[in-house]
Write a protein that binds this ligand. Structure first.
Ligand SMILES: O=C1O[C@H](CS(=O)(=O)O)[C@@H](O)[C@H](O)[C@H]1O
Length: 296
């Protein structure tokens, strides 16, 4: 693959792709299709693709060990055994599932899952950020309308959290030993002016091995690489309008994977961007970091 080539990993698009996640021991990329209520696994080495249907919309996943995933669904937390397809319900949702569902999330270095929620109607900040630690679910008290962009700096001392609707990414002091979230600073505020210059709103993200924050820009058709002090270092134009999240993977962690949306997009957008909904990949020069597993 040439350096700048962006291509789909599969022939089949998702409805609403989210949470790409490289599993180092399985040498596979996992992701979810929220509207398609499914979990997917793709092995680049042999091109095999497998999926598992779910009873409710997933918002994010984390790996536990080979063959076991934690799935945060609208209906609560569950453990998916990918060898048998068995889904074990672990806990009910910490919110009213008729109005709210889990969205983007990832694990910290101590194996806690940080999963946000979104308010379906987008009318008010009825979503939040939750910490799942060995089955206990704690509301962190960060009201947002659409939670996204959960990521940790390389030293584990900064927790990034985005409100996509507010076009805002916050950075919080974070104590990875205790899981305590401290002082806040504005990391990046994007313009919400949806005129001709609209650059999109910040969505899912990942931090690379040089501590830069890679952010999918929903309706902006691009991914941004942002320095820890908020400077845009690189902009990648995508062949789709709505990327939702990025992940690093591959044996060298230099494959960037990008989930995207097809569901509820206009006919015009789908004609202009036929790859909408596909999981995209491209080579990058700076490797990402391995994701942490969820600790039961
Ligand atoms: O459903 C979703 O939508 C949002 C984008 S928006 O709320 O429509 O602006 C996306 O960020 C999110 O990740 C996805 O789950």
């Amino acid at each position: 693959m040439s350096t700048n080539e962006i291509r789909p990993v599969l022939d089949t698009p998702m409805l609403l792709g989210e949470t790409p996640l490289w599993h180092p021991e399985e040498s596979a990329l996992f992701w979810i299709d929220i509207a398609g209520k499914s979990v997917h696994r793709f092995r680049p080495a042999d091109g095999t693709h497998q999926h598992w249907n779910l009873p409710a919309e997933p918002g994010c996943i984390a790996y536990i060990e080979v063959g076991k995933l934690l799935v945060a669904m609208r209906s609560g937390l569950a453990e998916l055994d990918t060898t048998t397809g068995t889904l074990i319900h672990l806990s009910d949702p910490p919110y009213d599932p008729s109005k709210v569902r889990f969205n983007d999330g990832r694990c910290d270095a101590r194996g806690r899952l940080w999963a946000g929620t979104l308010f379906d109607s987008r009318e008010r900040p009825g979503g939040s950020l939750f910490c799942v630690e060995q089955g206990n679910v704690r509301d962190i008290g960060k009201p947002v309308t659409v939670s996204n962009g959960v990521a940790f700096s390389c030293d584990g001392r900064t927790l990034y959290h985005t409100d996509t609707t507010a076009h805002r990414i916050m950075a919080y002091e974070f104590n990875v030993e205790t899981g305590e979230v401290g002082g806040a600073r504005l990391f990046k505020q994007f313009s919400a002016d949806k005129g001709a210059q609209y650059g999109g709103r910040p969505d899912g993200a990942a931090v690379d091995s040089e501590n830069a924050y890679w952010c999918a820009m929903y309706e902006g058709g691009r991914v941004l690489r942002i320095s820890p002090d908020g400077e845009i270092l690189r902009e990648i134009t995508l062949p789709v309008r709505c990327p939702t999240m990025v992940a690093f993977g591959g044996e060298d962690m230099k494959s960037l994977y990008i989930t995207t949306v097809r569901h509820n997009r206009s006919a015009d957008e789908l004609v202009r961007h036929p790859l909408s909904g596909h999981v995209l990949t491209m080579h990058v020069d700076v490797p990402g970091r391995l994701e942490f597993a969820y600790r039961l």
